[in-house]
Design a protein around this ligand. Sequence first.
Ligand SMILES: [Zn+2]
Length: 228
Amino acid sequence: MAHSTNNQTGHICPHCKKNQIETIATAPYVRGLVLAYQMGSKTLIGCTPCVKKKLFGEAGKSMLLGWLSITSFIINPFLITWNLIQGATIKPKLNEVNNTLKNLGIPTNSQAVNITQIGYSLAACMIKADGKVEESEIKMAEMIGMKIFPDFNGQKFRSILESRNLPTIQSLTTLLKDVLNEEGKIMIFKYLTAIAQSDGHVDDTEKNMLIQLAIGLGLDTQKLKQTA
Ligand SMILES: [Zn+2]
């Protein structure tokens, strides 16, 4: 990365895999269920055209899926409008992108890889996957983390867990594919598998995340079976 300057993140957009990552946005959403509703937000990271497209896509999804409960019926128009405005006005935000990537353990401009930090980010994604954060899950992730990463720090892990700028597991793994070596990838995969198994069963969301992680990182699944 000899040509990278402070104006670049040095990472390829996980969506188009062509342009550089240059911006970040948080898209709130609500999905009505007949008797209840789910609210959440998605952090989108990528090149400006892709993040724009994703924001419009979120607005479109909300137009189709966001109306089925009274509460979501009231909230949805605001969220749709907000995502459309964000999409229309999105600009490169290199500083914010660089700070977020650094926080997630993904080096920008040829800094060293911090594999423990990457472990925090992916473990946080996993814990947050089912929409709720349980203290028992955090404790388990810390305990296993301390066995796998020599410099695991519970406080740092919790600060990542509280961060709002946590991209999806797909975006993260696409970024990590070229950052981690094979050994690092296996270490991260083992860590997340151990967290998923820690409560005695691996549910579908967790299984899905592990599969996405293995595919995203380009892990050799045959080899994984041998080392497991
Ligand atoms: Zn892109």
